[in-house]
Ligand binder design. Structure first.
Ligand code: NAP
Length: 434
């Protein structure tokens, strides 16, 4: 028998558990440990609430939990309820699948000002993550600057721009929907430090932006290279750039929709100014250097805005005693190996890149690596030892069966047209299972 602990119940954690199950059948016992009493990590609180088809992958993860050889152990904070060292003593392998839930810092003067929000917080707020339920973003802002040209920036803009009707079928949490209904936002500006050919936005998501009821995206032709140059792009990127070109407005009369979404390319924010809260961004125009990196030109302009949302990527939170690569914001590892018996997978291994599906080969690969190292196991105590420890410490865990009750309660309290109304408070989640 092999005993494996996976820390984190998002896609990387569940694909790793599935891989272990497929590899070993009944000869493995996997515990998926999560800080929250509810599973699925990024699927629940990262994927946009209006992208329900992406969230449907959680049904596959549910199947992984059907057998006894994979357990969900929720409501456990590693580092507080149990240490990494203790887990290593109990399990043949400990796999960190903790994702990258912290924002990469926007390191410019004024970035700690009221009205400057990181995407982890903003996305967590509209998705009902307990850590961010009280965020209260200043939606009385008329103009919002979104820093970054990735898919998270697109999610954030789309959520800000949608009408109440456009949220039908989504599971955006009630508090966010109510606040967004009162929103005064008229202008959203994406600030990309490079150009249209360097965006990290994918075609489907960009296409959605062009179909919003009350919002109109627009770009300026001067920012684009010659159209012939698009032929050199790889097909996905070419499609994205074609969507961008569709946002060109030749006739200003076209932009009659009440909310404008502007793409400012070659635009690097260098300072946020305001009297206690955001009033404007100072932006430096950039140009590409020979390595296609952005380089400041010294030319500045001001962008008036009352909220700034920085969508510039994420970091894995370090864990005391676990080697960490600060520059890249992930655990220091070689193909997922951190230390003997300690591994990482998904965003915690490679940084925040790729789609949900990228975590599948990652999860299967880490289990191959674990298998090479642990052979037929080292007669560790595994979950029995963990349960004993938690019994002694009075740690109250949440099982998958408990989660199904929480889920049932969330479905029962959904507003009409929505699949669920999530609990945003940990105590309410735990109460719902009883
Ligand atoms: P991302 O794709 O890495 O994009 C980050 C953006 O921020 C880039 O445009 C980057 O510009 C810019 N940036 C980074 N540091 C900056 C700085 N200091 N100042 C100004 N701009 C800066 O990250 P993401 O949008 O957070 O997405 C994370 C991952 O999740 C991606 O793989 C994404 O595709 C995925 N995702 C997918 C979906 C979906 O499929 N629907 C939805 C959401 C997220 P440079 O290119 O110049 O570095």
């Amino acid at each position: 028998m092999r005993h494996i602990a996976i820390i984190g119940s998002g896609p990387a954690g569940y694909y790793s558990a599935e891989a272990a199950q497929k590899k070993y059948g009944e000869d493995v016992a996997v515990d998926i440990i999560d800080r929250l009493p509810v599973p699925f990590g990024l699927i629940r609180t990262g994927v946009a609430p209006d992208h329900q088809s992406i969230k449907a992958v959680s049904r596959r993860y549910e199947k992984t939990n059907l057998g006894d050889n994979v357990r969900f152990v929720g409501n456990v904070t590693v580092g507080e309820d149990v240490s990494i060292d203790e887990l290593q003593g109990l399990y043949d392998a400990v796999v960190l699948a903790t994702g990258a839930p912290h924002d990469r810092a926007l390191d410019i003067p004024g970035s700690d000002m009221n009205g400057v929000i990181g995407s982890a917080a903003f996305v967590g707020w509209y998705n009902g993550h307990p850590d961010f339920k009280d965020l209260d973003p200043p939606l009385d802002a008329k103009s919002v600057a979104i820093i970054g040209n990735g898919n998270v920036a697109l999610d954030v803009a789309r959520i800000l721009a949608k009408t109440e009707d456009e949220f039908v079928g989504s599971d955006i949490v009630g508090h966010a929907l109510n606040s967004l209904k009162q929103s005064k936002v008229e202008q959203i500006t994406f600030l990309g430090r490079r150009g249209p050919h360097q965006i990290a936005m994918t075609p489907k998501e960009l296409g959605e932006l062009g179909k919003l009821e009350r919002a109109k995206p627009y770009v300026e032709i001067d920012d684009f290279p010659d159209i012939g140059d698009d032929a050199m792009l790889e097909p996905g990127m070419r499609k994205s750039v074609t969507h961008l070109r569709d946002f060109l407005i030749s006739d200003p009369e076209e932009s009659l929709k009440p909310l404008g979404i502007n793409f400012d390319f070659f635009a690097m924010p260098i300072e946020i100014q305001g009297d206690g809260k955001v009033e404007k961004l100072i932006v430096e125009k950039t140009a590409l250097d020979k390595d296609l990196r952005s380089a400041g030109t010294g030319e500045l302009y001001e962008l008036e805005c009352q909220m700034v949302i920085s969508c510039i990527g994420y970091r894995t939170p370090p864990i005391e005693g676990v080697p960490y690569e600060h520059g890249r914001g992930r655990f220091a590892n070689s193909d997922g190996r951190i230390l003997p018996g300690l591994y990482c997978v998904g965003w915690a291994r490679r940084g925040p890149s790729g789609t949900i599906g990228t975590n599948k080969p990652d999860g299967f690969a880490i289990i191959e690596t674990v298998a090479e190292d642990i052979g037929s196991g080292n007669r560790k105590e595994g979950r029995e030892g963990l349960d004993r420890l938690f019994g002694e410490r009075g740690v109250e865990t949440v099982t998958f069966r408990d989660w199904k009750k929480i889920e049932e309660a969330e479905v029962a309290r959904a507003r009409e047209g929505s699949p669920r109304e999530k609990f945003t408070d940990i105590a309410d989640m735990i109460a719902a299972r009883d």
